[in-house]
Write a protein that binds this ligand. Structure first.
Ligand SMILES: Cc1ncc(COP(=O)(O)O)c(C=O)c1O
Length: 451
């Protein structure tokens, strides 16, 4: 070996960052890769993916042709090949503000909006902003493990409050109060819920913000599945309660438009009293975005070619001047404002159909119970009764063997904070979902404990 004889051999001064290796260990995608590793290549049947929340490959979930055209036109115009500003192109921020204001009793300003690379970067930003020595963050259990991973990496302590399955996964507010102390900085709410498929009622959300106010903490509302609801509870944006306590909303076009690969998201400050600015949160968000990459410029632009200027990221990382902002036209408005409503109706009605299939089919499988019918998002939590099964040790073992024997991929609950539960996505073709449940039923029958 070339380096063998060098002085450095065997004592290299560089090494991987163990904190990163640890932080990345339990992610949804990582666990799904492990499960997929068990697939039997000799099974001629198609693999049924009930593990992840990306239905973009399925014909029933293809995005709107309107959105595709808007992006295609933006790319072809060659006007959007430059850098964006770090916090997002003003016209695009304005479009997001307009879009979200439709559901609020007040109007958001473009200054309240910061564009990010999907909702993932939005939550990454806010978790990093809040991380200071000794601070802790309250997260729902079960929840979305990216929060834990990000907080762990940033040195922000995480404490879990329970969502109660028997109460449609409402927040156990007593556990929130019991967990919080003078170092608690914020709590996260995911609505509509991943992984539970619940949609919080107005009254319950109000109690959540009242609790946050009492504790003096920020509410981070993850609304990446906003408007993907099909039960009795409508989607209520947390920003409605911003006069009670400051709210930071994170979201993206990934789920509602079924384009998670387009990577356009946002952080929105709902803060009529300017508390987030006073507390330095807004400046920290800008600081984070100044040292990060930006969503693709063509995603932020509009399709009519009137966008006349893009920004150069200069050494000082200055924000654009007001006069420059005025020249920038359009942006995401094409997609946010003009996507035909029948696209959303179709997606929601397909999700309702598949959520029903999931719920009804689960009733035919004795070792699985679904405590609460999903009313939103793309997921449902199902409890495994291992005492009815033979030779299955836990949720991970169940999912590995299910992949091997039936070519069905399901996420074990431990990955979202509930051992011996399963998280099932119903955002797939209805016929495949049906087939998937028939295979799960056959698997459970084969492994049923003999009386
Ligand atoms: C609750 C939750 N928040 C955030 C994200 C990340 O969204 P995006 O794909 O826009 O980065 C996801 C993705 O699955 C999610 O489920």
């Amino acid at each position: 070996m070339e380096n063998e004889g060098s002085a450095a051999a065997g004592k290299w001064r560089f090494a991987g960052n163990e904190r990163l290796t640890l932080a990345g260990a339990v992610t949804v995608r990582g666990v799904l890769d492990t499960i997929k590793g068990n697939l039997n290549g000799n099974d001629a049947r198609p693999v049924i993916p009930l593990g992840h929340g990306d239905p973009s490959d399925f014909p029933s979930f293809r995005t709107s042709s309107f959105a595709e055209d808007a992006v295609r036109a933006a790319v072809s115009s060659a006007k959007f090949n430059g850098y964006s500003s770090t916090i997002g192109i003003p016209a695009a921020r304005s479009a997001v503000a307009e879009h979200l204001s439709k559901d609020l009793p007040y109007k958001l300003s473009p200054d309240d909006v910061f564009l990010t690379i999907g909702c993932t970067q939005a939550l990454e930003a806010i978790v990093t902003v809040l991380a200071r020595p000794g601070a802790n963050l309250l997260l729902p259990s079960p929840g979305f493990p990216y929060y834990e991973a990000r907080a762990g990496f940033s040195g922000l302590e995480v404490r879990h409050f329970d969502l109660i399955p028997e109460q449609d996964w409402e927040v156990d507010l007593a556990s929130v109060e019991a967990l919080a102390d003078e170092n608690t900085v914020a709590m996260v709410i995911i609505n509509p819920g991943n992984p539970c498929g619940n949609v919080f009622k107005y009254e319950h959300l109000k109690k959540v913000v009242e609790t946050a106010r009492k504790l003096g903490i920020l509410v981070i509302s993850d609304e990446v599945y906003d408007h993907l609801t099909f039960g009795s509870n409508p989607f209520v944006p947390m920003g409605i309660f911003a006069s009670i306590t400051p709210i930071i909303t994170v979201g993206s076009i990934s789920k509602r438009w079924i384009v998670p690969g387009w990577r356009l998201g946002w952080i929105v400050t709902n803060d009529p009293d300017g508390i987030l600015t006073k507390q330095g949160i807004v400046d920290s968000i800008k600081g984070f975005l100044n040292i990060s990459s930006d969503p693709a410029t063509f995603m932020q632009s509009n399709s009519d070619g009137s966008f006349s200027q893009v920004y150069e990221r200069d050494a000082e990382l200055e924000f654009p001047k007001e006069s420059e902002q005025d020249e920038i036209e359009g942006a995401v408005p094409q997609i946010l404002e003009n996507t035909p409503p029948d696209f959303f109706q179709k997606i929601v009605s397909t999700l309702k159909e598949t959520a029903d299939i999931c719920y009804e089919r689960s009733k035919e499988i004795p070792c699985i119970t679904c405590p609460s019918k999903p009313e939103g998002s793309m997921f449902v939590m199902m409890k495994l009764n291992l005492s009815l099964l033979e030779g299955i040790n836990d949720d991970l073992d169940f999912c590995c063997k299910l992949a091997k024997e039936e070519s069905v991929i399901v996420l074990p609950g431990f990955a979202v904070g509930r051992r011996n539960w399963l998280r099932v996505t119903f955002a797939i073709e209805p016929s495949s979902l049906d087939d998937g449940f028939l295979r799960i039923k056959a698997f459970c029958q084969r492994h049923a404990k003999k009386p």
